[in-house]
Design a protein around this ligand. Structure first.
Ligand SMILES: O=C(O)CCC(=O)C(=O)O
Length: 212
């Protein structure tokens, strides 16, 4: 069904709002979050309370995307490992609450993608300057893998790489534009994925998860 996309990057910029299963249980909601002004403003509010910071891998390598979080817990990484923290380690304060506009979007996107009721308890916000990218990994620090991941692109476009359950071979290439939402769950929940450098400018990504 999606074999026609395997020849090159999926790029839907001129298409109207569309819902496409780009791989089994990986659903692209093109333009679902557009216009993004209210989301952009909410990123400013969250990052004023919990500033973006450059985390390090457990091995001590600085990650190229800057990150912050909101919700009941926030994803974190340092010499102690990858984990969720109930409070922001840099201030000791609880992470800011998930803004209502974020929560409404995450719920609606999971439903529109066919994953039913989704109540995320955390949102990781990634900020990619033009030289930043994210290597292939899967989201595996959560306790609850029955819930999908909802991932929202803001700012500028980038190409998302979907490997599937094995981190090898040629990934599916999906160009994500501001306002695009990608949702994966079910058997795809632990799929490997990566993100290439933004196409000029700064890209933000919201990743909603049920972690606890
Ligand atoms: O920036 C993206 O589109 C994906 C981010 C991601 O994979 C992650 O935060 O684990």
């Amino acid at each position: 069904m999606w074999s026609n996309f395997l020849q090159g990057p999926i790029s839907l910029r001129s298409d109207p709002l569309s819902v496409i299963e780009v791989a089994p249980e990986v659903v692209l909601l093109h333009g679902f979050a557009a216009p993004t002004d209210a989301l952009d403003a909410a990123v400013e509010v969250v990052s004023a309370a919990a500033p973006f910071r450059q985390l390090k891998t457990p091995g001590g390598r600085p990650m190229s995307a800057f990150m912050t979080s909101c919700g009941a817990c926030g994803w974190y990484s340092d010499a102690r490992g990858y984990r969720y923290e109930p409070a922001d380690p840099s201030t000791g304060k609880p992470w800011p609450a998930i803004p209502a506009v974020f929560a409404a979007l995450a719920r609606a996107a999971a439903d529109a993608a066919g994953f039913g009721v989704f109540e995320p308890d955390t949102c990781l916000i990634n900020r990619y300057v033009p030289s930043a990218q994210m290597g292939a990994h899967r989201d595996a620090d959560e306790r609850d893998f029955s819930q999908p991941i909802v991932s929202v692109t803001l700012g500028t476009a980038a190409t998302f790489l979907w490997y599937g359950l094995e981190r090898r071979g040629s990934p599916l290439r999906i160009r994500l534009f501001p306002g695009d939402v990608l949702v994966w769950g079910g058997a795809a929940r632990k799929g490997y994925h990566a993100v290439q450098k933004p196409e000029g400018g700064t890209r933000y990504n919201l990743t909603f998860r049920k972690a606890l």
